[in-house]
Ligand binder design. Structure first.
Ligand SMILES: Cc1cc2nc3c(=O)[nH]c(=O)nc-3n(C[C@H](O)[C@H](O)[C@H](O)COP(=O)(O)OP(=O)(O)OC[C@H]3O[C@@H](n4cnc5c(N)ncnc54)[C@H](O)[C@@H]3O)c2cc1C
Length: 390
């Protein structure tokens, strides 16, 4: 693992830094909430700006509007965005998960139509995989699609679909052969969220946001040309998409967590617990030092995953090590923050409610993109070569 940046990598970072200095929104976005349409319009605007500057889909090949950035360059890109507190990217599912899957499996027409619209924020995507009875074991899904002339007719229900309430399109997994073994009868459809018969019901999380949803499909007609890849071979696409998701979710997180830790250190100096600053308490000091150490381990783990992706060209099971580590680290970090800052950190008015929001939101980290138990199974079987336990 060579951690020194090459000249090209340094230039890549400098170019992006310069662009960001000129183009970053001068004011923070307003109405920062996962369910505020006005906030989403601002995010679409930011996505468009990134695309106009050539800074969207950086890891996509040039021919599809990207920059062909290497995994290391992509990590630098995400780091720079985090360092300057850039707005989140509305296209994160489209750019990180759907786009690469369409590039790998899509028809020429699908590439021409969908890819530019992902890059410039015209289309926001969601990922319709989980169902009420199929989460970890997503291959047991039962939403079905039946070919009727030139359309697939879809019936069933999805759940926990992030951004479905704002999305224009959905990467949807459906069962197309109910008689085949469960991994063999799945296909992948690209579904217009405005389709008749498709309804979306937001679910409010304990953090207060309504960022994910239930989706109900009642005789939804999807053009057969919107089948992605081959009929009944959707499982391969699912694996590609999930590996991209795990690899992407981990990148650039170090900077975000570092900011949280630095804020915690500064806040601990000013807040008083038992008559003196929180930082005087030896237990609090240990918790902060522990978080610092674990964060540096996260950085090393990220570098290792990056180096493996660089060597293997596609994300592999090592993404699971990173996913497991960052999600559990974040929960420990915000748990420590709540303990150090005390009961008042639970109030919405304390530091604009950011500590309680972080604490509550972090609970989902070990569930989204595959639970910790599932990541451990992947590491046991595919990294360590242990036998399956069931
Ligand atoms: C914030 C958030 C955003 C999400 N966004 C999306 C999205 O956009 N699209 C989407 O499709 N889904 C999304 N999900 C759903 C997520 O992928 C599922 O919740 C997750 O895969 C777990 O599935 P489940 O909830 O059905 O739990 P289950 O699979 O029912 O698991 C229940 C418990 O059993 C454990 N378990 C299950 N199987 C095993 C096993 N084989 N070995 C050991 N333990 C096991 C699990 O670890 C868990 O603790 C999101 C979830 C969250 C929290």
């Amino acid at each position: 693992m060579d951690l020194k940046l090459t000249e090209e990598e340094q230039k890549f970072r400098e170019d992006f830094r310069t662009w960001l200095k000129e183009n970053l929104p001068k004011e923070p976005l307003t109405g920062r909430s996962e369910d505020d349409p006005n906030y989403w319009n601002q995010l679409r605007g930011w996505q468009k700006k990134l695309a106009e500057g050539g800074w969207a889909g950086v890891s996509w090949p040039d021919e599809f509007g990207g920059r062909g950035a290497t995994p290391i360059e992509e990590a630098l890109y995400l780091e720079e965005l985090a360092v300057c507190d850039a707005p989140e990217r509305a296209g994160v599912i489209g750019e990180g998960l759907v786009g690469p899957t369409i590039i790998a499996e899509g028809s020429q027409k699908q590439k021409e139509f969908f890819l530019p619209r992902i890059l410039d924020g015209t289309d926001i995507w969601c990922q319709g995989f989980s169902e009420p009875d199929s989460g970890s074991d997503v291959a047991s899904l039962s939403t079905k699609a039946v070919l009727d002339g030139e359309h697939y007719v879809v019936n069933g229900q999805k759940i926990w679909t992030s951004f479905a309430h704002m999305a224009d399109w959905c990467l949807l997994l459906v069962r197309t052969d109910p008689n085949a073994p469960k991994h063999k009868g799945i296909s992948c459809l690209l579904v217009d969220m405005k389709s008749e018969g498709l309804s979306v019901r937001p679910l409010r999380q304990m953090s207060g946001d309504a960022g994910f949803n239930e989706m109900f499909f009642s005789d939804v007609r999807v053009p057969a040309t919107n089948l992605l890849g081959q009929l009944n071979e959707g499982w391969k696409i699912t694996i590609t998409a999930l590996m991209n998701e795990r690899a992407n979710l981990g990148s650039g997180l170090y900077v975000g967590f570092k900011k949280t830790l630095n804020e915690l250190i500064e806040r601990s100096k000013t807040i008083r617990r038992n008559g003196s600053p929180a930082t005087k308490d030896p237990i609090n000091r240990q918790k902060i030092a522990q978080a610092y150490l674990e964060l540096e381990i996260l950085k090393l783990n990220s570098n290792r995953a990056l180096s493996q992706i660089t060597n293997n060209a596609t994300p592999g099971p090592e993404g699971s090590i990173l996913k497991l580590y960052w999600s559990e680290f974040n929960q420990r970090l915000v748990q420590s923050a709540m303990e150090i800052l005390g009961e008042q950190a639970q109030l919405k008015d304390f530091d604009q409610g950011k500590w309680i929001y972080r604490y509550l939101r972090s609970r989902g980290n070990t569930i989204e993109a595959g639970t910790s138990e599932i990541q451990r199974n992947i590491i046991a079987q595919r990294v360590l070569g242990l036998p399956r336990s069931y």
